[in-house]
Design a protein around this ligand. Sequence first.
Ligand code: C2E
Ligand code: MG
Ligand code: MG
Length: 398
Amino acid sequence: MRTLIVDDNPLMRETLRAILESLGAHVTEAADGNLALARLDDAALPFELIVCDLRMPNRDGIQFLRGLAEHNVCAGVILISGHQADVLSAAANIGRRHALNIIGHLKKPFSRADLRDMLTGFAARDRRPVAAQIDTPVDEADIRRGFEAGEISVVFQPKIDCTSLEVVGAEALIRWNHARLGPIPPAIFVTVAASSALIDTLTEFVLNESLSLAAKFGLGAPPVPIAVNLSTHSMSRLDFADRLFATVNSRGATPSAITFEVTESRLADNLASLIETCARLRLMGFKLAIDDFGTGFSTLEQLQLLPVSELKIDRAFVGGANADTRARSILEASLLLGAKLGLACVCEGIETRAEWDLIRSLGHHIGQGYFIARPMPGQDLVAWMNTWRTRTAGGTVA
Ligand code: C2E
Ligand code: MG
Ligand code: MG
């Protein structure tokens, strides 16, 4: 693995080099952030791993992370520091905000085993092509063209009762495989579509694909609800609930087959109509979830205002809850709050066995994440369910 070590302390660089080389890395060193950015520019092939100290002269680790983002670096990044754990985890979060592929952080002194474990986890996971696409400009016309050309599809990610290990739902997630640019993340094109009526076309498409899946496979007995994400832009229109109901009705399905997931609803002018739409959807028999709870606009206020039946706790508090005591406290408090309000709690983004074990130890909850399954095409779900049954035959996840 092509690796760049950035640390102002020569002894530390030497120690890191010895460990990383013993793990098979090809190492380049830099004594501060400026030199490291120059190494990035000089490298014939991009680095795959960057191990970086936080406190350095000239350009500190936080400024260096910004530099990495500006260079669209896709390498995995490990942060190391003698600072307190909360400073380190704040730095890691800043890196993630920059869309960098932050593998984790290590507090000095750390052992060879600590570093090796972190790298093993990294190698086992997909190395994500992160920042390269984030700036890709796409516009409404392009999305329309893609939609008409059949480049847009829907995948489904199972939701599991962490206690009984039963499949209790699946979330529909939209995908765009652009003919020229390759996969475009929904976070980018959904936002573009949401500024016009195009978002309704996409929502309608996802809802129809979800209904087809439910009809075709009758997933589970009784059928498990499919979750469909809604954009708040659509929800502030007063006929929106009726349109969704009409679609479900025309397919001979019942509203209980669908859960709608709602995120940002702080667009103050539209708040009244948004609450109205949510309440009417519930009256019609749909289930409603608050998505990404704890981040952005997904707030306590929403919990008070919106008639939701499910709380989806953002993966920011699930991933890493084992290592980050603050994330863990927020996770535990959110689960308690959900239980107190009588809501089903879904923990999003369970990636590792350690995270899965933690969630299970925290009570009776629902889980979703790569540890259970990645999002997949609808036709793969039945085969996956069979594999899942085998994987959980012993009452635990093999
Ligand atoms: P979301 O609704 O919170 O969906 C969960 C996201 O987390 C999905 O990203 C999913 O692929 C990802 N995910 C699931 N498990 C893991 C895990 O273990 N680790 C990590 N790192 N990620 C995991 P995706 O598909 O890229 O979607 C991003 C967001 O785009 C969604 O977040 C949702 O807000 C929006 N979105 C996706 N499809 C639609 C849609 O049909 N309509 C609307 N309005 N928004 C959509
Ligand atoms: Mg969602
Ligand atoms: Mg979410």
